[in-house]
Design a protein around this ligand. Sequence first.
Ligand code: 5GP
Length: 212
Amino acid sequence: MMHDKGLVIVLSGFSGAGKGTIMKHLLEAYPTDYNLSISATTRAMRAGEEDGREYFFKTHEEFDSMIKNNELLEYATFNGNSYGTPKAYVQKLIEEKKDVILEIETNGALQVKEMFPDALLLFTMPPSAAELKNRLVGRGTETEEVIAQRLAISNKEAELMERYDYLIVNDSLEKAVDQVHNIIQAEHFKVCRNSSAIKEMKEQLKIFERSN
Ligand code: 5GP
């Protein structure tokens, strides 16, 4: 069955909830099903990151000119840095009826939902707040101050969790990846997302009725 269109999927979650790892494994497991939007950011590159792979790393001036030129679908500030979704790639995938995933924070997610009311909003969190802190500390990439800031941001983000469609508790990576995949696939089969298949079936049935 040909579904009406591709989905715009947003994955948010507290810093340290494992969304990046979920995404990496999802794309490895289903490379032809999903496309990941790569964001632009003004934050400094972390060890192991590559420009154009994790992010397009930009100066503040470059980021501002992307805003001015209307090149971003949404943008937000997170912990003092700007992050935004380049518009062109998402639009191209929508036109090609392909699924695109945006791994972004909550304010950006809500901007996307306004623009695309059909967007599917997923939120991922660890099984407990203590586990969240352990993961942030264990990552070893952030200073204590940054960890404290990120936990404060998590408190704010938690206030917006009810605006999402699905919650994924990431206690096992494999399970979380399966859940994200299953939710997206099930979403494609919703009646409201398949009006062309329904219309076509009705038309064909009418033809049979007339020829009998
Ligand atoms: P990090 O610096 O840890 O890579 O990302 C910080 C936060 O920014 C994460 O919650 C991440 O999902 C979010 N983020 C990444 N790209 C974008 C984007 O394009 N737009 C918005 N609104 N948030 C983003």
